[in-house]
Design a binder for this molecule. Structure first.
Ligand code: C2E
Ligand code: MG
Ligand code: MG
Length: 393
């Protein structure tokens, strides 16, 4: 692995290099200024694997340096090393992600072997981002064929009542198993389906699979509600609500056993039609959840317009909130708002017992995340439900 340390302070720079050598870094490079680092990176045939960047530097500061290498397409994975306040580090992390840079996180100075080893270990754990070539192969025609051939399958992830640890709902998450065996993730195909005008077909096949599994689990003694993701961009047909109801009826599933998690990834074109469809879905008894609350378009104005029954706090606020006062404040305020509006709440991205405890203290209704279980195919779900034990208080 190759690592470049960009740090103006001589002692700290040498320290970082020594720690990196200790943990077995293959090629350790350093630069004392952003300008030097820029020159070094531009002269190499390939980017370095990891950049460790100080923010406060004379001349070109860390923020300018990160913007410049990101725009030049020379950024490997990024670690921000700084003694400045965490809120500032997070802003820079978000800026880098917006540029498409893979951010491993921030470390508070002084660096130690443990801090470096922890943060570098996420490099191996995270999946590789998609190559541009793969992205380019997702054409409208390929998507249409995939839908025609039933290549989109629902995986299921449990949602658990925080105060008693019981699994009550499972969320259906789409996976695309292409004919050549390749698995494609939602972040790659959802925007493409939306653009191609095919997203409602995905919604209906996910609803169909979720209802089929719900009926089968219930017959095996495991009654669960199902949650299905619905892109508001797909709610363009005046009779969308009737299509949803027809699917539920076909499987004998009552709409009050179904929660529709609504996401809006762009400004709605036909807002009136979508609002009408949502009002009718609610009338029929479907639960309506505002997904990814606090991000993008998922916000206060929607809460005031749409008859939601549930609020899902986005994982970017939940994960790590126990260590980050700003994230925790967003979680607290969202829960307070939901309580005032009489909505149930789901905290997503619960990865550790500490996050679980925080949601318990703050009286969040449901929790979802890798701590409880990862998304799995329907036949594996009962085993995940049985294996789950809530953390000791
Ligand atoms: P979402 O609805 O907010 O779903 C939660 C995402 O977070 C899922 O990613 C899930 O695998 C992941 N996740 C769950 N627990 C954890 C955790 O503890 N830590 C972390 N880091 N991640 C966790 P996935 O399956 O990749 O789906 C991504 C998004 O794609 C979904 O976000 C949803 O917005 C969209 N999506 C998935 N399936 C469908 C679908 O059938 N229709 C539509 N319209 N959108 C879908
Ligand atoms: Mg969701
Ligand atoms: Mg989410």
């Amino acid at each position: 692995m190759s690592v470049l340390v960009v740090e103006d302070h001589g002692f700290q720079r040498r320290m970082a290099l020594r720690l990196l050598a200790d943990i077995g870094c293959g090629e350790c490079l350093d630069a004392a200024t952003g300008e030097d680092a820029m020159r070094l990176l531009m002269a190499r045939p390939s980017p370095v694997h990891v950049l460790i960047v100080d923010l406060d530097m004379p001349g070109m500061d860390g923020v300018q340096f990160i913007s410049a290498i990101a725009q030049a397409g020379r950024a490997g994975a990024l670690i921000i090393a700084s003694a400045l306040e965490p809120a500032l580090q997070h802003t820079v992390e978000n800026m880098a992600r917006t540029y498409g840079v893979r951010v491993l996180g921030s470390v508070q100075k002084p660096l130690t072997t443990t801090k470096l080893r922890d943060i570098l270990s996420t490099l191996a754990a995270e999946a590789d981002p998609i190559s541009a070539a793969e992205q380019g192969s997702i054409t409208a025609e390929a998507l249409r064929q995939g839908l025609d051939n039933d290549e989109f399958v629902a995986y299921f992830q449990p949602q658990v009542t925080v105060n008693n640890g019981r699994v009550v709902t499972v969320e259906a998450l789409a996976r695309w198993r292409r004919a050549d065996g390749e698995m494609v993730w939602p972040s790659q195909f959802i925007p493409a389906l939306e653009q191609a005008g095919l997203i409602e077909r995905l919604t209906l096949t996910m609803l169909d699979q979720a209802c089929a599994w719900r009926a089968r689990w219930a017959s095996e003694g495991l009654p669960l509600r199902v949650a299905v993701n619905v892109s508001m961009l797909g709610l363009t047909a005046a009779d969308a609500a009737d299509h949803f109801q027809a699917v539920a009826d076909r499987h004998g599933v009552a709409p009050n056993q179904i929660v529709l998690e609504l996401t809006e990834s762009a400004v709605m074109q036909e807002a009136a039609t979508a609002l009408g469809a949502l009002a009718r879905l609610r009338l029929k008894g479907f639960g309506l959840s505002i997904d990814d609350f606090g991000t993008g378009y998922s916000s206060l104005s929607q809460l005031s317009q749409i008859p939601f029954t549930e609020l899902k706090i986005d994982q970017t606020f939940v994960t790590g909130a126990q260590r980050n006062p700003r994230r925790r404040a967003v979680v607290e305020a969202s829960l307070e708002l939901a309580r005032k509006l009489g909505l149930s709440t789901v905290g997503e991205g619960v990865e550790s017992a500490a996050e679980w405890q925080m949601l318990a203290e703050l009286d969040c209704t449901y929790a979802q995340g890798y701590l409880i279980g990862r998304p799995v195919p329907g036949e594996e779900l009962p085993a995940v439900v049985n294996a789950w034990r809530r953390p000791e208080a």
